[in-house]
Design a protein around this ligand. Structure first.
Ligand code: AHR
Length: 499
């Protein structure tokens, strides 16, 4: 099969915001305890953080990590996680039927983020709490000193403000599973007033308001319109969440889901722009896709029937090769929409529907989905170029006109490099992908593929089977044309240096 496109240095979608390669740590399952933090683990540092995990987080090159939830957020008192550890209360976490020990709180998380070379995307509880707790938290984190909350931060060991820039106004407030679930009207008003107060404390912060928790929610669209009607002038991003599954074991349908994600993003952009017109506003609302991934292998298991425990084994999906392909396509989708999607968080980072897994008494290891994400985050920087592809399409029962090839080209002017990510979704045919360009091509720096694996192949501790391999012979340059041979069912990365 053939595919073709033309890219030009003058035809850009947008400069890519690095935060598009964000991720997420929630106090749930073994994400925090036995994940990032395990004082009795042999690799743990003086603060109790697992250094094997820190190492993998750094390798993944994650610029921002959302915290502390998730559904957990909506019952969380941030004050429980500050001050001497021995005085911190143990609480019931109603979201995940767990016991929260609060041994990791604000200061510990900030320490971990610094060690991981990542920024924090902090979320405030708008389920059981509200304006007061939120504005106090901003004061505690970002105010220089000389007030009750900022001085308490100093007393608790951090002289300098944390200077957190990106903040979420609650989590999935449209869902009845949420503690303190609200109607769009109730949430819209609360988010509006909370946003105002938070920005009065620190007007340099950026705020993310909750959109729908998926495109299949019955209130999707009405929710966004109502919430934005209240908050448009006070917030900077609207959130989207979406998880996909392959419960029917239909590979073509599963791989088509990045197309569904694309349509979801475009619908939300249209909603935001409708509100912009209604408000006669100069401001363009940006998007934060702050939860996305494949999620189903663990059957959305919660600790429901089990006794209350600390750090139960929940949502520990083991990802296979087809999941890595869809994650690759979802990354391409985010990049194709990078003019509006400025933040995105792969949910989550460690142990809970995550690219990184840990053994309690053993190693930390990389799931299949680790690799496309890592390659995108390491090399997908600069300007996303318009990459409109001519290629055959297929129809599934639910999603029509799905291109067999997904691809995005990125121009990294700092490194004088062109990077191309592509996914071939065809189960048996190679795609010969030709790219014409006005960029002056020098040579192929690197070309890798994840291909030829059983689609159900997985990785495990000390067993990294599904990984990218060199595919140098699969890419050629001639004059102003690049040719990539993308194997059936493959994720491909090509890096080309420019003259
Ligand atoms: O990421 C797991 C859960 O999925 C989060 O807690 C919630 O926000 C979403 O429903």
């Amino acid at each position: 099969m053939k595919a073709s496109t033309r890219i030009s240095k003058t035809q850009e979608i947008s400069k890519i915001d690095r935060r598009i390669y964000g991720s997420f740590i929630e106090h749930m399952g073994r994400a925090v305890y036995e994940g990032i933090y395990q004082p009795d683990h042999e690799t743990s540092d003086e603060n109790g953080f697992r250094q094997d995990v820190l190492q993998l987080v750094k390798e993944l090159n994650v610029p921002i990590v959302r915290y502390p939830g998730g559904n957990f957020l909506s019952g969380y008192n941030w004050e429980d996680g500050i001050g001497p550890k021995e005085n911190r209360p143990k609480r019931l976490d109603l979201a995940w039927r767990s016991i929260e020990t609060n041994q990791v709180g604000l200061h510990e998380y900030m320490q971990w983020a610094e060690k991981s070379d990542t920024e924090v995307n902090m979320a405030v509880n708008l389920g059981t709490r509200g304006i007061d707790a939120a504005r106090n938290l901003v004061e505690y984190c970002n105010f220089e000193g000389g007030t009750y909350w900022s001085d308490l931060r100093k007393q608790n060991g951090d002289e300098k403000p944390f200077a957190i820039k990106t903040w979420c106004l609650g989590n999935e407030m449209d869902g009845d599973w949420q503690i303190g679930h609200k109607t769009a009207e109730e949430y819209g008003r609360l988010a509006e007033e909370t946003a105002k107060a938070m920005k009065w404390v620190d007007d340099s912060i950026e705020l993310v308001v909750c959109g729908s928790s998926s495109s299949s929610r019955p209130t999707f669209v009405d929710w966004e319109l109502t919430v934005l009607d209240h908050t448009y002038e006070y917030v900077d991003y609207l959130s989207l969440h979406q998880y996909y599954d392959n419960k029917t074991d239909d590979l073509a349908e599963f791989l088509a889901k990045s197309e569904d994600m694309d349509r979801f993003i475009k619908s939300v952009v249209a909603i935001c722009d409708t509100m912009k017109a209604k408000k006669r506003s100069d401001k363009t609302m940006m998007l934060s896709f702050d939860e996305w991934n494949v999620w189903y292998h663990s059957n959305e298991e919660t600790a429901a029937q089990k006794p209350w425990t600390v750090a139960p084994h929940i949502l520990e999906d083991i990802y296979n090769f087809e999941d890595a392909l869809l994650v690759g396509s979802m990354l391409i989708t985010l990049l194709k929409n990078s003019d509006r999607v400025k933040i995105a968080c792969l949910a989550q980072l460690v142990n809970v529907i995550a690219p990184i897994m840990t053994e309690e008494d053993g190693t930390a290891w990389k799931q299949t989905i680790f690799y496309p994400f890592q390659q995108a985050s390491l090399y997908g920087n600069g300007k996303a170029l318009n990459t409109k592809i001519e290629v055959a399409t297929y129809d599934t029962e639910k999603i029509k006109n799905v291109p067999y090839l997904d691809s995005i080209a990125i121009l990294n002017e700092e490194k004088n490099e062109l990077v191309i990510f592509s996914v071939n979704k065809h189960h048996s045919e190679e795609i010969i992908f030709t790219i014409d360009t006005d960029l002056e091509l020098l040579k192929v720096i690197e070309s890798t593929e994840m291909a030829d694996y059983d689609i159900k192949a997985v990785n495990g501790p000390n067993q990294e089977v599904v990984v990218p391999h060199n595919s140098n012979s699969g890419v050629t340059i001639e004059g102003g044309q690049i040719m990539i041979k993308a194997k059936p069912l493959s994720w491909n990365m090509t890096r080309i240096s420019l003259i």
